[in-house]
Design a protein around this ligand. Structure first.
Ligand code: GTQ
Length: 368
């Protein structure tokens, strides 16, 4: 890819150069100028495409897996979402992975750990649970839970519960890119739960309150593990009574590690945002890839000039540096978007950048 710009590679081909490139190839080397303009783009050029997965279309396919494979055989019974621009990479956007895991009452999936970090957002069901390093939590629709880097985790649905579908989000593809992943199977299939049910949420989940003194937390991830939907939604609606939030994000909250105020895990973060009735945000773009799940309501997002209409539990992705803006389709009811992202990685590595859309009162023109 030649570019006729001073400071960029612009070397014309010739038979002599072709012979030279062949010689270099034989020594496992190459001339930088043949690839420089591609490997040093002027700005991020994600091959991931914006994409929306309709829950209405995915749900029956996910439920079908219940009759086709057992969690014992599958390890995890998950239908994963792959970006159409990234076939073969297992990525839903950037180096993020997401999938819909389904379990019947009484089923469980065995305990393991990995160097990658995972999170889950419960889409539907009742009385599911996860055990993270011996801490057992019950999970219901709208709950958000983390299983950080290196922690043992297993999960299932209580016999008294209902078939549960949750969304898994992992950084494993990014960790694999860095050749840093490890995986281990727990010596016992199911971890013993050593603590009272929901203990970390009980101890660390107070509103603006943390245990004084003794119970300090020094691990590099949130001690809270679980963020319950009821309190999360209440927090959003209370904030909406007192602030207009951001013109780009509406009323947006970050799930944080209460011990630091920072993201829940080092690599992956998560947000929840409320769009009030009739609200339409302005467009912005930033580095970092985002996976959105519609937690409540209906609306649409415009991503790189194309409109994506969404309904409850739909999942859609915004690639890095893609313009995006959101709208609530209802004038009366609020809409809520859950999202997870690699923003903590971007920030930690000093790669975060953001830009607002200046023209047209902050709104993209729809491409036809
Ligand atoms: O539960 O840790 O969807 O390791 C994919 C890989 C979930 C998990 C997935 C995993 C997990």
């Amino acid at each position: 890819m030649r570019e006729d710009v001073l400071g960029r590679a612009n070397v014309e081909d010739s038979p002599e150069l072709d012979r030279y490139y062949n010689e270099l190839g034989q020594q496992e080397s190459y001339a930088l100028w043949t690839v420089a303009n591609s490997i040093e783009p002027w700005q991020p050029k994600p091959s991931s495409l914006p994409q929306l997965w309709s829950y209405q279309a995915m749900r029956p396919l996910v439920l079908k897996a219940l009759d086709l494979v057992s969690p014992e055989k599958a390890g995890r019974r998950v239908i994963a979402l792959e970006n159409p621009g990234r076939k073969g990479t297992s990525a839903c956007v950037g180096w993020l992975y997401t999938g819909l895991q389904v379990m019947k009452p009484g089923e469980s999936a065995s305990a393991h750990s990995h160097a990658s970090s995972a999170l889950r957002f419960i889409i539907e069901g009742k009385n599911a649970y996860t055990v993270v390093d011996g801490h057992k939590m019950d999970l219901n629709a709208g709950d958000f839970v983390i299983t950080p880097n290196g922690t043992w985790h297993d999960h299932g649905v209580e016999a008294s519960g209902e078939t549960t579908i949750w969304q898994d989000g992992l950084d494993m593809l990014m960790v694999n890119q860095l050749d840093a992943n490890f995986y281990a199977v727990h010596p016992e299939t199911v971890q013993k739960s050593n603590y009272p049910l929901n203990d970390t949420a009980q101890v660390f989940g107070g509103p603006g309150l943390l245990p004084a003194g003794g119970e300090a937390w020094s691990k590099p991830y949130s001690p809270l593990f679980k963020y319950e939907w009821g309190r999360t939604y209440e927090t959003l609606t209370r904030a909406a009574q007192a602030t207009d939030g951001s013109p780009y994000d509406g009323i947006m909250m970050q799930y944080v590690n209460p011990a630091t105020g920072g993201p829940v895990m080092k690599t992956l973060g998560a947000h929840i945002q409320l769009l009030r009735g009739g609200e339409r945000t302005k467009a912005h773009r930033h580095t970092g890839s985002i996976v959105y799940t519609v937690a409540k309501g209906k609306g649409y997002s415009i991503i790189e000039g194309k409109r994506y209409d969404w309904n409850k539990s739909d999942i859609f992705v915004v690639p890095s540096w893609a313009w995006h803006e959101h709208a609530n389709a209802s004038e009366r009811d609020d809409a809520v978007l859950f999202s997870f992202s690699d923003l903590p990685s971007m920030q930690a590595l000093g790669l975060y950048r953001e830009e607002t859309f200046a023209d047209n009162d902050g709104h993209q023109k729809l491409a036809h």
